[in-house]
Design a protein around this ligand. Structure first.
Ligand code: CU
Ligand code: CU
Length: 429
């Protein structure tokens, strides 16, 4: 299995002509660079809109064609397998652009390339990786550092994927502030990135939730400051076109705005988010998986995951607690497209904060909560009996596509609450 060869171009102006400009590697800053690939390689050419006019890129002889990028910073790709050797032309099909200078050559060389494959990293977020409750402190200014990092990560045991992340994990860091805080977000797009990135906080009021002020090119840092006005649990996500591509690749997280006085104390808090991935090859295929634009735009995912990867919450980081403890799960859906029917098999939520509203009283005695993409919920329950509980989306076909987590509860398996077989005689209790 081979990862695709990724080549990135951006549109721009050079010498008064409209051109493609190489981004990164040997072609960095070259105008209409000649691209060299090897026979048999899968090649993905990313096109970033560098100046704001509408563009695309096509390779006629391979019938490979990207979508159109219409706004500055927007991106698109085309993918093809280099099965014909020779020299071919890539160009922009917008009327007049090819004539204005937007064309270059791609050379497909005979024979395979020999290159070491990059190692896939663990990108799954530990659900206990969240900051401590604020316990009703006074409002203050909080600095939040987000680094947008693109990396080859492990989607499943033997499957990798090119994740785009906030701070290297999926979901991004759990951000906790209180109502009245001033939040200063520093978003740094890693110099090794090929894409623009940004961040939209649903818990912020203002243009694009901050996305308008944070569109950052590779290597750039952007800062936006907002006031946390309304308590609640909110999704944040990258909002750089194509937005669903950035979200499905892992760019989402949660912001908790605690109410004045804080939240009720619990023994344990967990951070869980759901997302779905649209890979070219079917669920369960070993090797490197690429994002499939066709499946993404028609909402036909292959993978559903909690915290970024298959088995993130079963093998890598199962949730753990003890009988008698009260737990709270901060649950959000990055999506980009699928609503979750979040349920814990074998448990009942004592309290569920519908829509993650902290201004309304919680519902009590709830089996399943509905959480839409770009939405969240908080559930709380006391652990009454030892054993293993299972986190699912009750749209259970998704369980067989990777969507499952465990809550391991230590302590007595109290027969009063449940036991195998018929009611026991009093003497045996
Ligand atoms: Cu992004
Ligand atoms: Cu949004």
């Amino acid at each position: 299995m081979h990862a695709p060869l990724i080549i990135t171009l951006r549109s721009g102006i050079a010498g008064g002509r409209m051109v493609y400009i190489g981004v990164g590697g040997e072609i960095d800053e070259q105008v209409n660079p000649t691209l060299q690939v090897h026979e048999g390689e899968t090649v993905q050419i990313n096109l970033i809109n560098g100046e704001g006019a509408e563009h695309d890129i096509v390779l006629d002889q391979y019938a490979a064609r990207s979508g159109r990028v219409q706004a500055k910073g927007a991106s698109t790709s085309l993918v093809f397998t280099a099965d014909k050797t020779g020299e071919f032309i890539y160009f922009c099909t917008i009327p007049g652009h090819r004539e204005a200078g937007m064309e270059g050559r791609i050379r497909v060389l005979p024979g395979a390339r020999t290159a070491p494959p990059a190692v896939a990293q663990d990108i799954s977020r530990d659900p206990t990786d969240l900051s401590a409750p604020l316990r009703g402190r006074l409002p203050q200014t909080v600095r939040v550092d987000l680094a947008t990092v693109e990396l080859k990560g492990q989607l499943a045991d033997k499957t990798s994927y090119d994740f785009w992340t906030f701070n290297g994990k999926v979901p991004g860091p759990f951000v906790r502030v209180r109502v009245g805080d001033t939040v200063e977000v520093h978003m740094k797009n890693d110099p090794s990135s090929v894409m623009f990135h940004s961040v939209d906080f649903h818990g912020a009021i203002g243009p694009g939730g901050g996305a308008e002020f944070t569109q950052a090119a590779p290597g750039e840092e952007k800062i936006v400051t907002f006031k946390a006005m309304v308590p609640g649990l909110y999704v944040y996500h990258c909002a750089t076109p194509s937005v669903p591509h950035h979200i499905t690749s892992g760019m989402y997280g949660l912001l908790l705005v605690e109410p004045e006085g804080g939240l009720p104390q619990v023994n344990r808090e967990f951070y869980v988010m759901q997302g779905e991935l649209y890979t070219t090859k079917p669920f369960g295929t070993n090797g490197h998986q690429e994002m499939d634009y066709g499946k993404l735009s028609t909402e036909r995912p292959e993978y559903f995951v909690f915290n970024g990867a298959v088995s993130a919450l079963t093998k890598a980081h199962p949730l753990r607690a003890s009988v008698g403890e009260t737990v709270r799960i901060y649950f959000g859906v990055g999506g980009p497209n699928f609503t979750s029917s979040f349920h814990v098999i074998g448990a009942i939520f004592d309290r569920a904060y519908e829509g993650a509203s902290l201004l309304s009283p919680p519902l009590q005695g709830v089996q399943t909560v509905t959480v839409p993409p770009g939405g969240a919920s908080m559930v709380e329950f006391k652990l009454q009996r030892g054993g293993r509980y299972t986190l699912v989306d009750h749209a259970l076909s998704r369980l067989e596509r990777g969507l499952v987590g465990f809550l391991q509860v230590d302590g007595p398996e109290d027969d009063e609450i449940m036991h195998k077989g018929a009611v026991m005689p009093v003497s045996r209790r």
